[in-house]
Design a binder for this molecule. Structure first.
Ligand SMILES: C[S@@+](CC[C@H](N)C(=O)[O-])C[C@H]1O[C@@H](n2cnc3c(N)ncnc32)[C@H](O)[C@@H]1O
Length: 262
């Protein structure tokens, strides 16, 4: 039986996913989703920082690849000498606080020019990266001590996916998963340590308009504003001053390894 080419399979998944994955690589998509992403993730305890804990130290430096709204950059800057946050979306970057020991680089990882650091992390970024091998190799070249990559194993528990199921009949092509990252790394000659994280995913909106902006960005082709609004009225529940979607438990994996120097 032929070996699976995991890089080719990954590329196929990303390119087939005309809606979600292409959105994931598009900084304007993240500009539109930044507010609700910040609202939903900043209170989320995903234990990623506990996986990093044994490697942290006052004199260490770190690069956060696709730092988003800075939910890892910000607490890590309290524990490290320096954090470089690489983030292409202006909307997402605007949520990262200014600190003396945080440098924000407005770029994709592929185009970023950054000095190496002790640690390189990349959390929930690679779903839309069509060429994962050079992306991972650059992380290896940029880390002197350890690389950490986190991805979900379970499908995206987002109201837009549930809306698609209800309005179009299917949730659309899936994204690459953690297990595919693991197989790809093994094929690249890397045998990572793996930690699994389970955590509840709750998506929060200030109001219906914010929910519609977020879901429209993720829904892809076939968006019907009136039908989506009516369905969201049923899907979202009011809690305090927010509209809330309970996505249940997500399973994610963190692959981490000592970089190999070629
Ligand atoms: C789901 S968010 C994750 C943010 C953050 N790492 C976290 O875990 O909260 C994905 C982020 O990756 C960024 N991104 C997407 N493609 C990227 C690329 N090629 N290089 C760097 N960042 C990228 C997006 O702009 C977005 O902010």
């Amino acid at each position: 039986m032929d070996e699976i080419d995991w890089a080719a399979r990954w590329k196929e998944l990303v390119e087939d996913r005309a809606t979600l994955a292409s959105g994931h690589a598009d900084s304007h998509y993240w500009d539109r989703r930044a507010r609700s992403f910040a609202r939903s993730t900043h209170a989320r305890a995903d234990e990623f920082l506990q996986v990093l804990e044994p490697y942290l130290g006052r004199n260490k430096t770190l690069i956060d690849v696709g730092a988003g709204t800075g939910r890892h950059t910000t607490p890590l800057a309290e524990r490290l000498e320096w954090v470089t946050a690489v983030e292409p979306s202006e909307g997402m970057r605007s949520h990262i606080p200014q600190r003396d020991n945080i440098t924000i680089v407005a770029s994709t990882w592929e185009d970023a020019e950054v000095a190496p650091a002790d640690l390189v992390i990349c959390s929930h970024v690679m779903y839309g990266v069509a060429e994962p091998v050079p992306f991972l190799e650059k992380m290896q070249r940029s880390a002197t001590e350890r690389v950490f990559v986190m991805m979900r194993e379970t499908d995206l528990p987002h109201p837009a996916a549930e809306l698609r199921r209800r309005l179009v009949g299917q949730s659309g092509q899936r994204l690459p998963r953690f297990s595919e990252l693991f197989m790809l790394l093994v094929q690249m000659g890397i045998a990572p340590d793996v930690s699994y994280l389970r955590y509840p995913i709750v998506t929060r909106y200030e109001d219906m308009e914010e929910a519609l902006i977020d879901c429209r960005a993720l829904f892809g082709d076939g968006w019907d504003e009136d039908a989506a609004r009516a369905e969201l009225e049923r899907l979202l529940r009011r809690q305090d001053n927010e509209l809330v979607f309970d996505g249940g438990l997500a399973l994610s994996g963190v692959a981490h390894w000592q970089p190999q120097k070629s």
